[in-house]
Design a protein around this ligand. Structure first.
Ligand code: GLC
Length: 438
């Protein structure tokens, strides 16, 4: 069994860590401007103009069953859908606002259809819910707000009551965790209590757990959905830590205690969470696979994001990226599901990553750069019963103590295990060798 013990969590994270791989879905009115989900903030778009996106929102090609099929094929075991992003627009039929999808040409509860479709494919259901709301009349204008530079920002801010907004969030979280069946993940985003205005903007304050009344929000969520997994972005630690758009170099640890924690890296296929028509920094197929493997090799989960178009479908670039995962996971998912960081005794060679089954019986060697005919595994002689390529189950023969011939320059070492691999890389983006341990 894995020797790694993670910090205890309030929610049920066992299914989560076994799943390892999920789909993030960022979809809202920002799909119409199609230039990043923060477009309202970045361009300080006037309300009247942003209202055009509300009036023209018509996702006539929305088919979440198709999304769910692609997510499942890609090997994703759960999904997290933006029920409301920072723009404040609700993708569900909330009774607490008119700023919602059922009041647009969509005329339907988009969250409901997402839940039904993904649940039908057997995926766990997650909701992203933005703590930030640039539309709500009681959300105080601050340094992130699109109205921050309006000449009358201070006047606009008069009368805004954060307590009423915190109550609005509780009412909506109650709707989301009551009306859609069992919800497995609640993903709040995000706190910025240190981001305060200066000079004539000194009245613009950042927002954190006290502003959100986060304790009440979390208590409500756990009352309604016992076992639910909640992230750490209310500023109150819960179940998962959430490094974003980065590749940690080690298993994420608790900032105070240093304990290993349950963690999930969230990443985009390109440079935007929301659909971005003209953004071109799409990750290569190799990068996509390496990110997943690297994350699991450090004991983490990967939440990979799609940004659907305003018409409601996943564009060809997103579908191609999902297909990369589908093609690799079809044969190699055994090195991901139910796996974690390899035990300390197993040191991966250069340009490789190990993952290990939680039961400790199988070790997976991922070849990020394909070596020439041999892989040297110091210290592993006597530990491996059998070896095979995972994708096709073909035997990988090995010798112990040194190379079989012409091994000048390679140390003869009784503890050395040498894998003999074909000179031509198999037709697999990242080949995996499955080592059955004695
Ligand atoms: C950041 C972005 C937000 C995105 C989130 C996903 O908070 O500001 O737009 O939804 O990351 O983790």
């Amino acid at each position: 069994m894995s020797s790694y013990v993670t910090r205890k969590t309030p929610g049920d994270t066992e299914w989560f860590t076994a799943s390892r791989f999920g789909m993030f879905i960022h979809w809202g009115l920002y799909a119409l401007p199609a230039r990043h989900e923060w477009v309202k903030n970045r361009e300080e778009i006037p309300e009247a103009h942003y209202q055009k996106y509300f009036e023209h929102f018509n996702p006539d090609l929305y088919d979440p069953k198709d999304w769910a099929r692609q997510a499942k094929a890609a090997g994703m075991k759960y999904a997290v859908f933006t029920t409301k992003h920072h723009e404040g627009f609700c993708m569900f039929d909330s009774q607490y606002t008119d700023y919602k999808c059922t009041n647009t040409q969509a005329g339907r509860d988009l969250v409901r259809e997402y839940v039904d479709a993904f649940r039908a494919e057997g995926l766990h259901i997650g909701f992203y819910y933005s703590l930030i709301d640039w539309h709500h009349p009681d959300f105080p204008i601050d340094m992130l707000h699109p109205r921050r530079d309006d000449p009358d920002a201070k006047q606009q801010n008069e009368g805004r009551d954060m307590r009423k907004y915190a109550e609005y969030m509780r009412n909506q979280v109650r709707e989301l965790l009551t009306n859609y069946g069992k919800i497995d993940i609640l993903w709040f985003d995000f706190s910025y209590s240190n981001n305060n205005g200066v000079g004539d903007k000194a009245w613009m304050k950042g927002k954190g757990k006290d502003d959100w009344e986060a304790e009440k929000l979390i208590a409500l969520a756990r009352e309604l959905q016992p076992g639910i997994i909640i992230d750490n972005r209310t500023e109150i630690e819960q179940d998962i830590f959430t490094p974003e758009q980065q590749q940690p170099m080690e298993w994420v640890r608790h900032p105070e205690t240093g304990e290993l924690v349950v963690w999930e890296a969230c990443q985009t296929f390109s440079g935007s969470w929301g659909y971005h028509r003209d953004e071109s920094t799409w990750k290569s197929p190799e990068m996509l696979i390496r990110m997943l493997v690297n994350t699991v090799s450090l004991g983490g989960n990967l939440l990979m994001n799609v940004g659907p178009t305003a018409r409601g479908y996943l564009d060809a670039r997103a579908e191609a990226a999902l297909k990369v995962y589908a093609d690799w996971m079809k044969y190699n998912s055994r090195s991901i599901y139910g796996c974690t960081m390899a035990e300390p005794e197993f040191k991966a060679p250069a340009d490789c990553r190990f993952t290990q089954s939680v039961d400790g019986k199988r070790l997976y060697l991922h070849l990020f750069a394909y070596p020439f005919i041999h892989v040297l595994l110091p210290g592993m002689a006597g530990k491996v019963e059998y070896a095979q390529f995972l994708h096709d189950g073909s035997e990988v023969r090995f010798s112990e103590g040194g190379m079989e011939h012409f091994g000048e320059g390679v140390p003869r070492d009784k503890d050395l295990l040498v894998l003999n691999i074909p000179p031509v890389k198999p037709n697999v983006l990242v080949p995996v060798i499955e080592l059955f341990l004695k």
